[in-house]
Design a binder for this molecule. Structure first.
Ligand SMILES: *Cc1c(COP(=O)(O)O)cnc(C)c1O
Length: 425
């Protein structure tokens, strides 16, 4: 649907909801209440809502623990010993990888460090890390501390690609040019897949190709991409990636995380890594061998035994993704976000000024659900007004309101109501 076919009315939004083949998924989620009323929840980019089936999945593991104690490792309904196997099929589908290339473990920044242990192996000449401007702070800290860990100065070793003057987002050609410029000095490109601040979705394939062409490794933090957009990590030849499960993947606060390692590295059991018993060959794991022999694939990066309770929540949440399918979710997502953009344009038109500037790219291929909105005036007061009206969105200093209509549980009516409240000043 092109924007010209949209209408700015509640009845039109309702009509779109009626025609939405994924509409029934909304009832599978718990919505928070604000002032006793169901909130308009547009914050799935920060913490996804709780799927109603999570409780039963977590309870299953609590019950097996209660009834069996340690025996749950092998005799539970979902034996804990190999719990990550229950997640890999769906995790692989989310990021576009082979099942052997993904593992669910730890938390996000921890996994990022573990990946850099293997894929950031600097030498005196080749030691630089390329990252995007406005990268999530944790990613900046992680890359800087890795550089320092190897004896380099972070200020010298970590290089940012910046937007051109007067522009908010990065051009692929500029990212590629920077990669070429750094050339033999570049050890690693470590970008967010979708930038958390601007909502820009980068051309991961082009970045990977450029990184490889100068001999660098390329990895992505997919915190804002996993479950938001269809990804093809294997096809794009990405070396490694990490993501969290609690944003678009709705698996609970501080939930477990994912890691992807391309099979060409995963098969190389000699590759340097930080080892722990859980990454050991599964057949030998409980024989407690002296020497660590990693499993092939991403699973060989596991360190500790699996965190069953958050993984059970993740397992429950992923069931809905398997059923809905990323292509269908994406189709709805493009339309939902386009509707939001249309309504914002209408507000600006009616005011005769750009009161709400969207810094996220307009092109659907360069963004996921989220729009980042900068108010011309009184940004924080506007945000507080939205909150009072029962909208849960999020505020990022210094001046951005981030709004993410999520196709799994948001409606066109949510988008309409948000814009209607925003437009009343
Ligand atoms: C959300 C987010 C994080 C958070 O890291 P945790 O280790 O899960 O606390 C890190 N990086 C990016 C890009 C994020 O969006």
């Amino acid at each position: 649907m092109t924007n010209s076919k949209f209408e700015a009315s509640r009845s039109f939004a309702r009509k779109l909801d009626k025609a939405d083949p994924l509409a029934s998924f909304r009832s599978r989620y718990h919505f928070p209440k604000v002032n006793g009323k169901k909130a308009i929840y547009l914050c799935g980019n920060s913490l996804g809502l709780q799927p109603k089936n999570v409780r039963a999945h977590v309870l299953q593991e609590l019950n097996d623990w209660k009834d069996m104690g340690v025996e749950g490792h092998f005799h539970g309904k979902n034996p804990w010993f190999g719990y990550h196997h229950f997640l890999k099929k769906q995790a692989a589908a989310i990021v576009g990888a082979r099942q052997s290339e993904v593992v669910i473990m730890n938390s996000l920044t921890v996994n990022l460090h573990l990946m850099m242990v293997s894929f950031y192996r600097p030498t005196k000449k080749r030691y630089k890390i390329l990252i995007e401007e406005h990268a999530f702070p944790s990613d900046k800290y992680a890359t800087a501390s890795q550089a320092e860990h190897h004896g380099f100065k972070a200020k010298d070793a970590v290089v940012e690609v910046k937007a051109r003057k007067g522009e908010e987002t990065l051009r692929t050609e500029d990212i590629v040019a920077k990669i070429k410029e750094l050339g033999p000095e570049l050890a690693l490109v470590m970008f967010g897949g979708v930038n958390y601040y601007t909502g820009q979705f980068f051309d991961l394939e082009a970045i990977t190709k450029a990184g490889h062409s100068v001999g660098a490794k390329v990895g992505f933090d997919l915190a804002h991409a996993a479950g938001n957009l269809p990804l093809k990590l294997h096809k794009w030849d990405v070396d490694f990636a990490v993501w969290c499960s609690y944003k678009y993947l709705n698996s609970g606060p501080g939930g477990t995380s994912g890691a992807y390692v391309h099979d060409r590295h995963g098969k190389n059991t000699k590759l340097h890594r930080f080892a722990g018993w859980w990454g050991n060959d599964e057949k030998k794991r409980f024989q407690m061998p002296d020497k660590f022999v990693p499993q092939k694939g991403a699973a060989g990066w596991q360190i500790s035994n699996a965190q069953i309770l958050p993984m059970a929540a993740h397992k429950a949440a992923l069931e809905h993704f398997a059923e809905a399918g990323m292509p269908q979710l994406r189709k709805k997502s493009i339309k939902l976000t386009a509707y939001l953009q249309y309504l914002l344009d209408k507000i600006n038109e009616s005011r005769g000024e750009v009161l709400y500037k969207v810094i996220t790219p307009r092109d659907a291929d360069s963004r996921g659900c989220q729009l980042s909105i900068v108010a011309a005036r009184n940004g924080k007061a506007t945000f507080d007004r939205l909150t009072d009206a029962g909208i849960i969105a999020d505020w990022r200093e210094p001046d951005v309101i981030r709004v993410a209509p999520v196709p799994m549980y948001n409606t066109f009516q949510d988008v309409y109501d948000f814009a209607a409240i925003l437009g009343q000043t």
